[in-house]
Design a protein around this ligand. Structure first.
Ligand code: HEC
Length: 104
């Protein structure tokens, strides 16, 4: 009986885990959601992309609202191609929020 409860608990945890990936998971959009991936430029600063984890790269961009940042990503800017046709607005927003969360 005790074993049954443990198994049921594990299944519940597994379900919650997969649901959170399904809802726009910013980190997975960032790493796998588009071609090229956000990570391919923003991990290393390719073409002077502001890097995740390096607040100093972001400069005045940090004064922008998330809406403004998402709008830029949708439309593209400089070396960044427009990403709006590859991912939904919600996915792009989640990716941007993930990126901002690395800057603290
Ligand atoms: C081909 C490389 C490349 C890819 C792929 C890329 N970016 Fe960028 N990104 C850049 C560069 C370069 C800039 C700086 C553009 C500029 O300021 O001229 C930038 C700027 C940004 C900014 C700042 C926008 C602003 O308003 O100043 C955000 C946010 C961002 N990218 C998010 C993303 C997200 C999210 C993805 C994936 C969906 C992504 N980028 C994919 C290269 C890339």
């Amino acid at each position: 009986m005790k074993k049954m409860l443990v198994l049921a608990g594990a299944a519940a945890v597994a379900m919650v885990g997969s649901m959170s990936v399904h809802a726009a998971d910013g980190e997975s959009v960032y790493k796998r959601g588009t071609i090229p991936t956000c990570a391919s430029c923003h991990d290393f600063g390719a073409a002077e992309a502001p890097r995740v984890g390096h607040a100093g790269d972001w400069g005045e961009r940090l004064d922008k609202s998330v809406d403004e940042l998402v709008a830029t990503v949708k439309a593209g800017q400089g070396a960044m191609p427009p990403m709006g046709h590859q991912a939904s607005e919600a996915e792009l927003r989640a990716a941007v929020e993930y990126m901002l969360s690395t800057l603290n």
